[in-house]
Design a protein around this ligand. Sequence first.
Ligand SMILES: [Zn+2]
Length: 116
Amino acid sequence: MKGAAITVKCDCGDIRHLSYGESWACTCGRRWNTHQIPPEEYWGLMRAMRAERIKVIASAGAIALSFLVLALVVSGSFFFLMPVAVSGWYLLFMPRWRARLRARARAAPTWSLRPE
Ligand SMILES: [Zn+2]
């Protein structure tokens, strides 16, 4: 699993985006090591974000599948309603989902690293 980038802000004001486990030697001489972040906290957050993405894909799949079943069992015209339903879902659900994800990213923990 690939983790999201970690924003590291040096005391001198320089900012760098690092992957988990990466360290960065700032031009001011401080060294920052993202390994100081507890792995269970970082990966726990990544798992939660991934679970959100899976939920979205799964619900889109569930809608498409239920229309496919309706088309096969009830009437073929449901087949043509499927794109409508999926795009309706996309328009209604996705903005809310993105807002929730953004709120979650804002609430994401910040860790204070110590220069090495
Ligand atoms: Zn610096």
